[in-house]
Design a binder for this molecule. Structure first.
Ligand code: C5P
Length: 240
């Protein structure tokens, strides 16, 4: 497989075309950002950690029947994925109050929610990724009514599978963000990444933060924390 043209440069990843028109080449970068890019730092090793964590989680999800764009990890910082059109939505699922949910609704961080809450944010940097509802999604023609239902169903299934994965390694899944891609034939696939950048992960015994809040809230160095998450996943699930 040959890496060809750069087709998208994001905050934490670059996407390249390949000699196969149905396959993209993803490179994970050593960059940490928060506050929609207002806070930005080079963090050596972060790209490799997130690529390895995402690859392991996507493999595990695939074995549990969750359809995704993931094909294979090809190096510590690179993976191959199926070509999809990314729906410009950040789909957030919450099990425990935290972050913007706690701020917006004044619910103390750490309060368990009696059912998983699914939220949509419009992925549009110049608008600061606003919180939107199903009608907005339809009005903006981001997804059809049926797709909205399918996305919510998939998000809840992924939540169940992820909770099972993280519980086995002594981690509580507080919340997470996913992105969904649409194939040429219209199938919806889990896309992008699932890593401590996109999840809130608290140690089951101590509630210690094992995620990007370390960086967002200036709580210390994120590399050893992400290494701990990768080590726990590898000890439990690595079959290579
Ligand atoms: O900030 P907020 O509480 O809305 O974040 C909810 C979840 O979505 C967190 O796990 C956070 O890491 C993730 N998220 C993300 N990318 C964003 C915004 C939030 O991965 N741009």
């Amino acid at each position: 497989m040959q890496k060809k043209d750069l087709c998208y440069a994001g905050k934490a990843k670059k996407l390249y075309t390949t000699d196969n028109p149905t396959v993209f080449w993803v490179e994970y970068l050593d960059q940490a950002t928060a506050l929609n890019g207002a806070k930005k730092d080079q963090v050596v090793g972060k790209g490799a950690l997130n690529n390895q964590i995402t690859s392991l989680i996507f493999q595990q999800l695939k074995s549990e029947g969750i359809p995704s764009h993931f094909i294979s990890k090809i190096s510590k910082t690179e993976q191959l994925v199926e070509c999809v059109e990314i729906i410009p939505l950040e789909v957030v699922v919450r099990n425990v109050a935290a972050g913007s949910f706690s701020k917006r609704l004044q619910v103390t961080e750490g309060t368990p929610l009696c059912f998983p809450v699914v939220e949509f944010y419009y992925k549009e940097d110049k608008l600061d990724d606003p919180f939107i509802n199903d009608d907005h999604v339809k009005l903006l023609k981001l997804a059809t009514g049926k797709e909205i239902n399918d996305i919510k169903y998939l998000a809840r299934e992924i939540n169940v599978a992820l909770q099972r994965i993280f519980t086995q390694i002594g981690i509580k899944l507080i919340d997470f963000k996913i992105e969904i891609g649409r194939t040429k034939s219209g199938q919806l696939l889990l896309a992008d990444e699932i890593s401590p950048d996109t999840c809130r992960l608290w140690d089951l015994a101590t509630d210690k933060h094992l995620d990007k809040d370390i960086y967002r809230r200036d709580l210390g160095d994120l590399v050893p924390v992400y290494e701990e998450v990768l080590n726990r996943l590898e000890n439990q699930f690595l079959v290579e």
